[in-house]
Design a protein around this ligand. Structure first.
Ligand code: PEP
Ligand code: MN
Length: 340
């Protein structure tokens, strides 16, 4: 249930409403817009207390959120959410943010080389996997904490926030110590304990869509994170499983306008995993921006043929730089900014 306060309601009046919600055993979620303050009282049977709030002086009106996901819905938060990653970097605003880096951190020298290429190409955030969710247990599983240390050092050198994936509840502690954004991978989109754990820490979260998840399931997974008090969640479309086998996955571009309508959360597109083939990445990156994505996540590698993972979809540094230049006018055509 959503409680909308009257324009100009005071802090004292807001506190009274919050106190009442807490006394009834619910957790209030406050969303302050330009003019109105709305409070989400979310939980089973919340609606039965409607009359108590209706009679309060500061309350303008009460409405029910029809969708099963509440805090993620546009009804709860009509304006786009803008996530502040650092003092100078926001996700969800006018500027499209591009995250680039290797699939996995393979070693210090090669990672620094990749970070330099990401920076020079115009990326604003550095990606890299330290804990890798590989389909086979016999393939490279990541450098773990050592990889995170390398990432942190490179991020500092090139002035870029870093993003890496947490696969377990325990890893979220390490990840929130080293990283600026925590990634939850497609294979863990419905690992509810993990979602709750990242919801309890304060770093922004990039939640990837499960390869067989519907948009409703995707938003309900985001709701798990939001419900724990972390409102800095961005959604990542990374390709879904279809009957088509000429690409690794099928990048679901429909998801962009659909999500934009249903939710206020920023949307990041991953054409690297979405196609699985280097040759198609740039085209689908362009299409993603034209469709309204707030950001991209792109795999690059100085020597993709020798990459420990996802080489076939990783761009060479020069391809990345060319792609970024080509994306710029498309961003401008849809009223966004990309390169400085
Ligand atoms: C990745 O970003 O390298 C990755 C494993 O992504 P996904 O979870 O989308 O497969
Ligand atoms: Mn990968």
């Amino acid at each position: 249930m959503i409680i909308t306060l009257k324009k100009g309601a005071s802090q004292k009046e807001l506190d009274l409403v919050l106190e009442k919600i807490q006394k009834l055993g619910y957790k209030p979620h406050v969303s302050r817009g330009k003019d109105v303050t709305i409070i989400g009282m979310i939980g089973e049977y919340a609606e039965k207390y409607k009359d108590i709030f209706d009679s309060m002086e500061a309350v303008e009106h009460i409405s029910e959120i029809q969708k099963p996901y509440k805090l993620a819905s546009r009804q709860f938060h009509t304006e786009n959410t803008i996530i502040k990653v650092s003092r100078s970097l926001e996700i969800g605003g006018k500027k499209i943010q591009v995250m680039a880096g290797p699939c996995a951190v393979e070693g210090k020298d090669i990672f620094f080389k990749t970070a330099k290429a990401a920076k020079e190409g115009g990326a604003s955030i550095l990606r890299g996997g330290a804990f890798k969710p590989r389909s086979s247990p016999y393939t490279f599983q990541g450098l773990g904490e050592k990889g995170l240390k390398i990432m942190k050092e490179a991020g500092k050198k090139y002035h870029m926030p870093i993003i890496s994936e947490a696969m377990t509840v325990e890893q979220t502690v390490l990840l929130s110590k080293y990283c600026d954004i925590i990634q939850i991978g497609a294979r863990n989109m419905q690992n509810y304990d993990l979602l709750k754990a990242v919801g309890k820490q304060s770093k922004p979260v990039l939640l990837k869509r499960g390869m067989s998840a519907t948009i409703k399931e995707f938003l309900l997974s985001a709701e798990y994170i939001l419900s724990q008090g972390n409102y800095n969640v961005m959604l990542c479309e990374r390709g879904i499983r279809t009957f088509e086998d000429s690409t690794r996955f099928t990048l679901d571009l429909n998801a962009v306008p659909v999500l934009k309508k249903l939710t206020h959360l920023p949307i990041i597109l991953d054409p690297s995993h979405g196609t699985g083939i280097r040759e198609y990445v740039s085209t689908m990156a362009k299409a993603s921006i034209a469709a309204g994505a707030d950001g991209l996540i792109i795999e690059i590698h100085p020597n993709p043929e020798e990459a420990f993972s996802d080489g076939p979809q990783s761009l060479f540094p020069e391809q990345f730089a060319i792609m970024m230049k080509e994306l710029n006018p498309i961003a401008q055509a849809v009223g966004r900014e990309l390169l400085d």
